[in-house]
Design a binder for this molecule. Structure first.
Ligand SMILES: Cc1ncc(COP(=O)(O)O)c(C=O)c1O
Length: 414
């Protein structure tokens, strides 16, 4: 029996919760309030957060230090509007305007011309996505009771058109332009990360395949403006090709005693931040991010024990190894302060390059080279590392058990 398989369910949950010591946590309202001291306490707690500067994959997209520059600007803007309630449009016209402008600006960079699509099927009971699509689609499928088909990707880890075609039926929302138009079904593009990189990368001359509303058949696009858009966290935009499709996002309640009301199906959020950044700044940021990404890609290719996964069009670089345990490499990198993301099928690690990494490309590559050497010379689990857990979770044949473990972990984390 392999070593990973000896790890018990309890050990995995214990390991996942290792940082979850809750001694001293409040579980009831205090008898007397803390007053202004609460801010001091929050500052103390903040000290316990991990140092993320420069070393986190994705997560932090704004460059520099959290107490200056664009961070400060965003903090000031948010503090001005934290109390607003965008449900009350007439009370907060400022927020309505900001939101409309952010959505319009985002649509403009993604080729929206409000053309109408003749006839689209809106039956949302089935969706086809590549196996590599973000787990947020599983969340949405569970939430909206949509049947989700995950289909294989090709050798370069891109969506496989043939595999998608095999899964199409007349009730499908799906993801590839030509196929979608020929079947007259919806085609959603997830540009949560790419929305504020790919349009600028293309302008800068990087080879980027068509991805936006200029692709016939694309009916909706999601863009997290809080990522490469550099807006505050919790802000995202969903764009529709035309008003006819967008209407499905609205809920109109006519019989409530509280009055006749209309809602967005998903609540709108304040998107400050984008207003302050100009086209030239995004181009400059993208230039730096793409250059750093290419250097990291090249550096990884030069490490003989590693292989690159796929052919990245932008700034997310995944790598694996046939020589060393890549999750052990990730653990050694973690001990050097890096926070990368571990993946399965194939076992791999990725770094999503942001402005934070631009000044530390050399340091990253040195740490990566050293970590590979360390694991090569001393293979085996790293003290306090996650490699055995990732290894075991990836190989456990009983996926139901893995699901139960995750639910248990979340249940114990709330
Ligand atoms: C590619 C991609 N799609 C979708 C999402 C959105 O996930 P959620 O809806 O949980 O914010 C993310 C978030 O990181 C993402 O990177």
């Amino acid at each position: 029996m392999e070593e990973e398989e000896c790890i018990t369910e309890d050990e995995i949950v214990d390991k996942l919760q290792a940082s979850g010591n809750r001694d001293g946590w409040r579980t009831e309202l205090p008898r007397s309030g803390l007053g202004d001291k609460v801010v001091e306490q929050m500052k103390d707690e903040k000290q316990k957060d991990v140092t993320w500067q420069d070393k986190c994959s994705g997560t932090m997209y704004i460059g520099g230090n959290e107490n200056e520059g664009h961070f400060s600007l965003i903090n000031e803007a948010c503090s001005m509007f934290a109390h607003t309630n965008p449900l009350h449009l007439s009370v907060f016209p400022s927020v309505v305007r900001f939101e409309a402008e952010v959505v319009a600006m985002t649509a403009a960079i993604l080729g929206s011309k409000e053309k109408s699509l003749k006839s689209v099927s809106f039956i949302h009971d089935c969706r086809i996505i590549p196996v590599s699509a973000h787990s947020a689609y599983d969340k949405a499928a569970q939430y909206f009771k949509i049947k989700l088909w995950r289909v294989s990707v090709d050798k370069e880890f891109r969506a496989d058109v043939k595999a998608v075609k095999r899964h199409i039926n007349k009730n499908t929302i799906m993801d590839l332009g030509d196929l979608a138009s020929s079947y007259r079904i919806c085609f959603h593009v997830d540009l949560c990360r790419g929305g504020f990189v790919l349009p600028f990368a293309r302008k800068l001359g990087h080879p980027v395949p068509p991805f936006d509303f200029t692709v016939q058949g694309v009916t909706s696009i999601s863009v997290d403006v809080h990522k490469y858009g550099l807006a505050p966290k919790g802000t995202s935009v969903v764009l529709y090709r035309n008003r006819e499709i967008r209407k499905h996002q609205f809920v109109a309640v006519t019989e409530w005693t509280g009055g006749v009301v209309g809602f967005m199906f998903l609540q709108r959020l304040l998107e400050a931040g984008l207003e302050f950044i100009c086209l030239a700044c995004y181009l400059e940021n993208t230039k730096e991010i793409m250059e750093a990404s290419k250097r990291i890609q090249k550096g990884i290719q030069e490490i003989p024990e590693l292989f690159a996964i796929g052919r990245p069009d932008m700034s997310i670089i995944a790598f694996g190894s046939d020589v060393v345990d890549i999750f052990e490499v990730n653990d050694v990198l973690s001990s050097k302060g890096w926070h990368l993301n571990a993946f399965q099928r194939p076992s791999s690690v990725h770094i999503c390059v942001t402005l934070q990494h631009v000044p530390v490309v050399q340091i990253f590559l040195k740490d990566l080279r050293d970590s590979v050497q360390t694991v090569k010379e001393n293979p085996g689990p790293v003290n306090g590392g996650f490699a055995p857990i990732y290894g075991a979770a990836g190989k456990m044949p009983d996926r139901g058990m893995v699901q139960d473990l995750l639910v248990e972990f979340m249940d114990n984390s709330c």
